[in-house]
Structures are given as structure tokens and as C-alpha cells.
Design a protein around this ligand. Structure first.
Ligand SMILES: [Zn+2]
Length: 209
């Protein structure tokens, strides 16, 4: 995701989009925003890890959420876990898309990234953590991070699943999935370590061996 967004930003540097050259700058597609997109994409995969249709819908929900405006909101597929619009709706508060949305011209410019990364051919490689495509299922990676005899909370399991998917992508797939994006994740090893610490901590706190 990140790598592809950066490529589009580079390709469109000299193209006028919504009145400005390129898609970057404040209030547009900043580096931080690209990183956010990468994380949203990862979450969509991890949370819907066994259901391809739901995974596809969740990835498109990201695009629709960010392209939404006050006149044209599309949060039907959003989760209240991250969607400010749905949260405001629940509280009966006003929600102003202008503070959160990206210009439609930019969303259209990055749409090919979603066409590719939300494509069933792409996502079916990571369904069930990619176990359909590999002898070494990522569940093996998952359980190496969270041994079955240890107490682990659902959150920790989710984190482990995320790491497992990423580890799987990093080691076994090629550039037609999103593995190249993870090269900027210098924290992968640290994450593994802190997950182990959390698993251990959970066990100690709850006195469950
Ligand atoms: Zn939303």
C-alpha cells in the first residue's frame, strides 16, 4: 500500500489535481496519511482474516470513508471502531467531514491502488493467513509467537495474527502482494518482542500459567 501510494505521488508530481500539482502537501496525501492507509489496510486484512468478501468490503470501506463528504457520506461498510462519522452518529453529534476527508480528485487518483489491493486475487493470498497457498501456514508462525499453553488475550492474538500475516508476506510472497511495503517497518522485530512481553505479562497478571 505505502509503496504503491508513493509511486502514484511520484508519477503525478507534475499533474494538476484539485487545483494543485501532485497529491501531496498538507490536507492532502501526506506521508503520514499514506502510512495511515497502510495501517487501515492491514487492519482490514487482520480483522476479516477468514472471510474474503468481508475483507474486500472492508478495504473498500477505507476508500469510501476517506472520500466521503458532508454532502455525500459513505460509511455503510465502516466499523464504529475507527469511523468518526459513525461514532458521532451514535452520540447524536455533528460530524464535519471537511476535517478528515481527502479531496475527491486525490481519492480518484489513488483508486487504482485499491482496485489492485482489494482485488480478490490479491486478498485471497492472505485469507486464513495465506494457509491455502503455503505448506507452512502462518498459523504456525502465530502459534510460535503465542504458544498454546500460554494465556493470551484476544487483543494479543489479533496482534499475533497481524504479525504472522506480515511475517508470512515478508518471507514467502513476492511483489505482487504488498510485501514490499513492509521494508520500512523496522519495528517488526521489536513488535514480536513486545507481543511476547505482553503475552508473558498477561499470564503473570492473571496468574494463569
Ligand atoms: Zn466511515
Amino acid at each position: 500500500m505505502l509503496h504503491r501510494l508513493q509511486k502514484i505521488a511520484e508519477d503525478l508530481k507534475k499533474t494538476k489535481i484539485d487545483g494543485k500539482l501532485g497529491i501531496g502537501e498538507k490536507g492532502r496525501m501526506t506521508k503520514q496519511m499514506m502510512i495511515n492507509f497502510k495501517q487501515y489496510y492491514r487492519q482490514a486484512i487482520v480483522q476479516k482474516k477468514t472471510n474474503l468478501d468481508e475483507m474486500i468490503r472492508s478495504v473498500w470501506a477505507i476508500w469510501k470513508h476517506k472520500a466521503s463528504s458532508n454532502d455525500d457520506p459513505h460509511h455503510e461498510r465502516c466499523s464504529i471502531k475507527y469511523c468518526g462519522y459513525l461514532k458521532s452518529l451514535e452520540k447524536g453529534e455533528e460530524y464535519d467531514h471537511n476535517k478528515h476527508r481527502l479531496p475527491l480528485g486525490i481519492m480518484k487518483a489513488i483508486r487504482p491502488v485499491f482496485d489492485e489491493l482489494a482485488h480478490p486475487d490479491t486478498l485471497k493470498k492472505v485469507i486464513n493467513g495465506g494457509s491455502q497457498n503455503s505448506n507452512e501456514s502462518s498459523h504456525a508462525v502465530l502459534w510460535s509467537l503465542a504458544p498454546k499453553n500460554r494465556y493470551a488475550t484476544g487483543v494479543v492474538i489479533d496482534l499475533c495474527a497481524a504479525i504472522a500475516v506480515l511475517s508470512y508476506n515478508d518471507t514467502t510472497t513476492n511483489n505482487d502482494t504488498d510485501s514490499s511495503d513492509e521494508s520500512d517497518d523496522s519495528n517488526n522485530i521489536d513488535s514480536n518482542k513486545s507481543i511476547q512481553e505482553n503475552v508473558n505479562k498477561g499470564r503473570n497478571d492473571d496468574g494463569v500459567a
